[in-house]
Design a protein around this ligand. Structure first.
Ligand code: HEC
Length: 145
């Protein structure tokens, strides 16, 4: 009986681990799987963004959000992606992501050196948050519909 209980507990722990691993899963291109299919999400900007406001994210940019704002805020689980075609290139070389978890945005940005290279992490966390705080009135998202 005791062994059986232990086995049940073990299975529960194992499946919980699988769920956690799945949530942080990385796609073949190096981007987190929660950004998969972003090309079909509603675009937040009308025209490509060409300016480098505040000196960040230099290039030709488009912003996509997986969910629409509900009132003044984006709901939990929203993923906002910004693709950046960096100067003098023709491919998306930087990929910036904001994801809302428990009411707070998590920030991470990836880069790659060619159209076929795998993405690696460029920067994340406080560095991003410290600037995005300037867009606090729009839930930390600069780009508006
Ligand atoms: C110095 C200020 C600054 C820093 C630092 C910064 N950003 Fe941004 N970010 C902006 C601005 C301004 C925009 C609006 C679009 C544009 O002009 O490129 C933006 C846009 C974005 C967007 C599209 C949604 C939106 O807010 O419009 C994402 C996603 C994003 N940034 C992620 C990041 C991540 C991840 C980092 C850290 C690696 C980061 N940003 C660091 C200023 C900054």
């Amino acid at each position: 009986m005791r062994t059986r209980l232990l086995a049940v507990a073990l299975v529960a722990v194992l499946s919980a681990t699988v769920v956690v691993v799945a949530a942080a899963e990385t796609s073949a291109n190096g981007l987190p799987s929660y950004t998969n299919g972003y090309q079909k999400w509603p675009k937040v900007n009308d025209k490509p963004i060409l300016t480098d406001r505040l000196g960040a994210h230099n290039g030709v940019k488009n912003v996509y959000a997986s969910k629409r704002k509900a009132g003044k805020k984006y709901p939990n689980g929203t993923v906002v992606v910004k693709t950046i075609v960096t100067p003098r290139t023709k491919y998306v070389g930087q990929f910036a992501v904001m994801r809302k978890v428990n009411g707070r945005w998590r920030y991470i940005e990836y880069e790659r050196s060619s159209a076929t290279a795998r993405y690696t992490v460029l920067a994340q966390g406080q560095l991003c948050a410290s600037c995005h705080v300037m867009a606090k009135s729009n839930d930390y998202v600069f780009t508006k519909r």
